[in-house]
Ligand binder design. Structure first.
Ligand code: PMP
Length: 286
């Protein structure tokens, strides 16, 4: 099936889906985005994702480019036209194109791009069965990581450095020696007494949608959730560790900086949460 990408009102063939050379997303990272899981042809937690998109836009002084209903129609069209049953939707809104100038254009038109991509469920399950390794590195990002901008060069550098060491994700560590979050995920540990620990929300981390839904799921299962930072050494000694993100849901962490976490294999609590996660999520027909 030929792939179709939505760009500013048009559904274009993948190889013809272009944005302007002076798009502010391209020149200034003046853009925000969302990644939404597609599961069985449904959008997972679309309401929370679109709430966060509106918040990100608001934080950089932009209005939503279209109504929520229109955006959902576009997303649904892209998902269906690409035959995506299991996969993800990538949605980006930039402040648009204009002569390169730091000043925001007064009459700019935002650029809206929606891409849908299939992801193999069996590959995901195989990855989750093994778990991933983490390497930690200094958090060199800016102080507004709560805004989901496309300013992802630190994440790219971190993920490539992690991959070079055979790890599946990097965890950033702040100047106090505390884990902030993953390069593209939130970081969690399970303490000896079975409590879930994840850093509190502030401007140093992205408020993950998977994190929010998992808190609901874990609370419904009677698990204790503590929102506080932890160090890499506490994580290495934890009973379990895992990451959350829309594309990974709950992914067990089996090693940190070369040291095994727990038994060095996916933990029971992470596994249980991975299996129950979708029962607590909102499903919307795409
Ligand atoms: N933190 C960062 C830095 C991320 O890029 C992501 C993934 N977008 C997350 C956390 C997890 O967010 P979500 O659960 O909404 O995918």
């Amino acid at each position: 099936m030929s792939r179709v990408v939505y760009v500013n009102g048009l559904y274009k063939r993948y190889d013809q889906a272009l944005v302007h050379a002076e798009d502010r997303g391209f020149q200034f990272a003046d853009a925000v985005y969302e990644v939404i899981e597609v599961n069985g042809g449904c959008l997972v937690d679309a309401t929370r994702h679109l709430d966060r998109l509106e918040r990100s836009l608001g934080e950089i002084g932009m209005l939503p480019p279209m109504s929520r209903a229109s955006l959902l129609t576009v997303i649904g069209n892209v998902v269906r036209r690409n035959g995506v049953y299991d996969g993800l939707v990538y949605l980006q809104v930039s402040r648009g194109a204009g002569p390169r100038d730091f000043a925001f254009p007064s009459n700019g038109r935002p650029t809206v791009v929606v891409i849908a991509r299939r992801q193999s469920r069996s590959a995901f399950l195989a990855k989750a069965a093994k778990g991933i390794s983490i390497v930690t590195m200094p958090d060199i990002r800016w102080r507004r990581c709560d805004i989901k901008t496309v300013m992802l060069l630190p994440a790219c550098l971190a993920k490539n450095a992690a991959a070079a060491k055979g790890a599946g994700e990097a965890w950033f560590v702040d100047e106090k020696g505390l884990v902030t979050e993953g390069a593209s995920s939130n970081a969690w540990i399970v303490t000896e007494d079975g409590a879930l620990v994840t850093r509190h929300l502030d401007e140093r981390i992205l408020g993950g949608i998977t994190r929010a839904t998992l808190k609901d799921v874990a609370a419904a299962e009677g698990l204790t959730i503590v929102e506080r930072p932890f160090t890499p050494s506490e994580a290495r000694r934890a009973r379990e560790a895992f990451i959350t993100s829309a594309t990974n849901t709950v992914m067990p962490v089996v090693a940190i900086d070369g040291d095994p976490v727990g038994a060095g294999k996916p933990g029971h609590i992470a596994e249980k949460l991975r299996l129950s996660f979708h029962h607590g999520a909102e499903f919307l027909d795409a």
